[in-house]
Design a protein around this ligand. Structure first.
Ligand SMILES: *Cc1c(COP(=O)(O)O)cnc(C)c1O
Ligand code: SF4
Length: 455
């Protein structure tokens, strides 16, 4: 529908601003936005969006980034980034698509830049209770690259590379290249490791649901999509699985240009349907600015070919932690028939304390969102508790002390009888409490008190 032709009065709206806000989610960019980037100034649309161009032209170093951006960034920004990278657990890799959607007139405030390029001037000290694998995924791994935490489902890390590297990645212990601070666990896409995973899954009849993740399945070859998909479909007790990929958010053009990959996916989905098993795609959009006309074309193709897509976003300070941005994101995803499944409170990850929000801030955004659209398109706001308690609805805390920023959760299905913690970012607390967090004994006593209050 052409929004310009809607009669504001008949739509039940009183003012232009309200009208603008109501339709903002439908305004998708279809301009040649990449042409403002010096290196892409002469690239036509088909070439730019093809997966080969995107993959071959993704900068993986500061020098590479500088070459692409030319005069768009100054020496101060580059120095800030160089220092930021030296403290980050993730190496750099960013797609031309995302790079071109960043507003280079304001790189410091841009929500897309914020997710992929760390700036030392914005980094905060890590939370004192942070550990590298804070969700204890490796502790719950019966075989390398398979986490079995919930009774009926398992998480299969098929590979350890992605089309881009997000600086906030929860799996920074394994994903991407080694950095100054982190030597990674290797989880490469190899048959031998996979066969141990498949053997384990065959031996556990209670597993009905598998998350096929990574890394990112966008980086699996078509033959590998087929192999993983067919093998899982052939395990009788597995009733559903999801292919998890950030791909649609960072290079949607692959869905339109990589016929072989999409055909492999669709064939698995179709065979699954004939076997009465559900195979879907889960993706990861965090900001409405990641969604363009090309995303729409890609999602329409997947819809026509019968692939259901759901989204798992991460709540991030300065990216999507205000009610209007989150509402536009959720409405825009829904408009493209991507179901907004979860919004995650930010995990405790090295080097990204500046991205985390308080539990309270997220719960307020949830409150402002619920009712704005259909219930099945309204995400649940999830805390993945520290130490492997699993995912909990943010509202379901047993105790939450906003002063110390400590929340306590129970997890009856995963580890009955135990309590699990989540922490607000230290810089959001009052100065005297921040002082207490500096001291390890004070820290211990605050946590013990919170656990005692939780009962
Ligand atoms: C998130 C996750 C799952 C899937 O959980 P859902 O709530 O079904 O999305 C499975 N295993 C692990 C280890 C996970 O972290
Ligand atoms: S795409 Fe996913 S797995 Fe890869 S770096 Fe980003 S968050 Fe981590």
């Amino acid at each position: 529908m052409d929004t310009a032709s809607v009669d504001v009065a008949h739509a039940g709206m009183t003012g232009v601003a309200e009208y603008e806000a109501a339709f903002a989610h439908r305004r998708l960019r279809r301009d040649a936005f990449w042409r403002t980037i010096p290196a892409y100034a002469d690239v036509d649309a088909d070439t730019f969006h093809s997966h080969l161009f995107q993959a071959r032209n993704s900068p993986t170093s500061l020098e590479g980034l500088r070459e692409v951006l030319g005069g768009l960034v100054g020496p101060d920004f580059c120095e800030d980034l160089r220092e930021g990278l030296s403290r980050a657990p993730m190496s750099i890799r960013i797609s031309p698509y995302i790079l071109s959607l960043i507003d280079w007139d304001d790189p410091y405030g841009d929500p897309l830049r914020t997710q992929f390029l760390p700036l030392a001037s914005q980094q905060l000290p890590d939370h004192p209770e942070l550990y590298l694998d804070s969700l204890n995924e490796q502790g719950d791994s019966p075989v390398p690259g398979l986490t079995h935490r919930y009774p009926d489902r398992a998480l299969f890390l098929t590979l350890d590379t992605c089309p881009v590297y997000c600086r906030f990645c929860t799996r920074s212990y394994a994903v991407g290249l080694d950095t100054d601070g982190v030597e990674k666990v290797r989880l490469s896409a190899n048959r031998k490791r996979w066969s141990l995973v498949f053997d384990y899954l065959r031996s556990r009849p209670e597993v009905e649901d598998v998350v096929v993740s990574g890394g990112d399945v966008y980086n699996l070859r078509a033959a590998q999509i087929r192999e993983v998909g067919e093998t899982l479909l052939d395990i009788p007790h597995i009733r559903r699985f999801r292919f998890a990929t950030k791909g649609p958010a960072v290079m949607p053009g692959k869905i339109l240009s990589d016929r072989e990959w999409v055909d492999a996916l669709v064939n698995v989905v179709n065979r699954g349907r004939r076997m009465h098993k559900e195979v879907v795609m889960h993706t990861h959009f965090n900001h409405p600015g990641e969604i363009t006309g090309v995303t729409q074309d890609a999602m329409e193709l997947l819809m026509e070919r019968g692939v259901t897509v759901r989204n798992q976003a991460v709540l991030q300070r300065g990216v999507n932690d205000d009610p209007l941005t989150m509402r536009i994101l959720v409405k825009r995803l829904s408009y493209l028939n991507i179901q907004p499944y979860y919004v995650f409170f930010h995990d405790l990850v090295q080097g990204v304390e500046d991205l985390r929000t308080t539990l309270r801030a997220g719960l307020e955004i949830e409150k402002s969102l619920r009712g704005a659209t259909a219930g099945f398109n309204t995400p649940t706001f999830i805390v993945d508790t520290l130490g492997g308690g699993g995912k909990r609805d943010g509202h379901s805390y047993e105790h939450y002390d906003e002063e110390t920023g400590i929340a306590v959760f129970a997890s009856p299905t995963v580890r009955p009888g135990e309590h699990f913690l989540y922490f607000d970012p230290i810089d959001c607390l009052a100065p005297d409490i921040r002082q207490r967090w500096e001291d390890s004994e004070e820290r211990q006593s605050m946590m013990e008190e919170a656990l005692a209050r939780a009962g």
